[in-house]
Design a protein around this ligand. Structure first.
Ligand code: UDX
Length: 459
């Protein structure tokens, strides 16, 4: 990357610690962030739970430190993100303190400069403080979604929350372009626990040395401007992380490379890629409607159906009888895809996504227009930004019904409107490429430079 030497020279191998939640959407950006800072001259110690441990062989340049978390499979199965975070907070505090004690009794050159942790790992705050170790947090959502989270008290005060069914279409005046139904509180079964979790996330960020985002200011300028005015600590949007250097695979599941050889045989921009990330699940009825919708659209498709992602059913039973015969030659299904390579493939014409932040950003970076079907939490906000602020996608939220699906797929893949949306997506791709470069006057490049100065001064 441009400017690397200039930034890297003062660091001289100083050690940084990283600690992520063991979930795909959190682990991937944390590993990428560590790789960026490694390329700037830091030594990386990556702390992790034994549960869902990252594949250390993909990152031989890092040192990995597994914590004895005593988490059993039966304890973690089916937990929500916040229940998992609470469990880890409960089990990992002592082993984490022991590990830091080792670092700090070690020879001086091994002493860490700073910790980068997920804000959901709340126990890291007090422990880092007791060692006078600066703690930065990586927030793995977009800036817009985080702004909503940090506005929860205001939204409660103004009675937007808890959400009332009668207000769904109403605009949230303080947070354009959101409607009440875009707030990340839709479909949350236990609002009290969720609100507590969100307020802790925000508090962790506010008490940190700085908040890192895998986003860029050219994309989220208005949300960033508000956050900068109201937030008590520095904000560093330095993404898209994976544009600094080609990412190593950080997938928990093995990506099926036959999807790429299948794409190689397809015409340019002829395939819609369908994937709903690493957490979201589908009801059997939804799976059936998606299958018929894709079949009836007449378009070619590559569909990821993760094992266990259809409630109570395996994939064979959930799909219409003889579905694969029916779509032979134009439909391909895998359990997990190499998503970066898929989105970069010339055969891809659109991405039907749940709007997880990583998927949203990866799609933007490849200039791929989206069909947005958010399932929960920040995905609602990302969907609204994609369809209403950046206008690079079409919303398909409430009508998961075969005729509607076929219509929306054709709208994006075949009709004139799709071409216009693709053009806007390509314009945004260009902005994403430039933001990490010095010559492009990139905001992320500058933000990374500020982070580096901050780290150098704390060394
Ligand atoms: C979760 C939340 O749902 C999301 O809203 C939040 O912003 C981050 O944590 P997840 O649902 O998994 O993440 O979605 P997303 O953020 O899109 O992350 C999925 C990751 O898995 C992406 O990096 C994507 O490239 C990768 N992936 C997905 C694959 O590599 N192959 C696949 O087949 C599907």
């Amino acid at each position: 990357m441009e400017g690397e030497g200039e930034l890297g020279s003062s660091i001289n191998g100083g050690r940084l610690l990283f600690f992520s939640l063991p979930l795909q959407g959190h682990m991937t950006p944390m590993l990428h962030l560590a790789a960026i800072l490694h390329s700037k001259g830091f030594s990386i110690s990556f702390i992790h739970t034994k549960f869902n441990a990252p594949n250390s062989s993909k990152y031989p340049q890092f040192t990995f430190h597994p914590l004895s978390d005593h988490l059993s499979e039966s304890e973690t199965a089916g937990l929500s993100v916040f229940d998992l975070a609470y469990l880890i907070n409960d089990k990992c505090s002592e082993p984490f303190r022991d590990l830091l004690t080792e670092f700090f009794t070690d020879s001086s050159e091994n002493r860490p400069y700073a910790l980068f942790s997920d804000p959901a790992l709340t126990f890291t705050r007090d422990i880092a403080k007791s060692f006078a170790l600066p703690r930065f947090v990586l927030r793995t959502s977009g800036i817009g979604a985080f702004l909503v989270y940090s506005s929860f008290p205001l939204l409660q005060e103004k009675h937007y929350l808890p959400i009332q069914a009668s207000q769904l279409e109403q605009s949230v005046g303080d947070l354009p372009p959101l409607r009440v139904k875009d707030l990340p509180a839709i479909g949350v079964p236990d609002m009290e626990t969720f609100t507590k979790y969100i307020s802790e996330l925000v508090e962790e960020a506010k008490t940190s040395s700085g908040v890192i985002f895998n986003s860029f200011e050219e994309l989220e300028d208005s949300a960033m401007a508000v956050l900068r005015q109201t937030f008590p600590v520095p904000i560093y949007p330095i993404g898209p992380f994976h544009l600094y250097s080609p990412p190593n695979s950080s997938s928990y599941l093995t990506p099926d490379r036959t999807s790429i050889s299948w794409l190689d045989k397809q015409a340019p921009k002829s395939v819609i890629f369908v994937s709903f990330g690493s957490v979201a699940s589908l009801k059997q009825r939804e799976c059936l409607e998606i299958a018929w919708g894709l079949a009836n659209s007449g378009c070619h498709f590559l569909w990821v159906i993760r094992p266990g992602s259809i409630s109570g059913m395996n994939r064979q039973d959930a799909l219409p009888e003889q579905f694969m015969d029916m779509v032979e030659g134009r439909g391909y299904i895998v359990e997990w895809a190499p998503q970066h390579d898929v989105l970069a493939h010339p055969a891809i014409g659109a991405f039907w996504t749940h709007c997880g932040w990583n998927s949203t950003l990866e799609s933007i970076c490849e200039g791929v227009p989206m069909i947005c079907t958010p399932r929960f939490a920040d995905q609602m906000v990302n969907c609204r930004y994609a369809t209403n602020a950046w206008t690079i996608g079409v919303e398909l939220r409430d009508g998961l019904e075969r005729d509607n699906i076929a219509k929306v797929v054709r709208r994006l893949m075949v009709e004139e409107e799709g071409l216009e949306i693709r053009q806007r997506a390509l314009d945004l791709k260009m902005k994403a490429k430039l933001t990490v470069t010095q010559n492009g006057g990139g905001a992320s490049f500058e933000s990374l430079k500020s982070l580096m100065s901050c780290l150098s001064s704390s060394s």
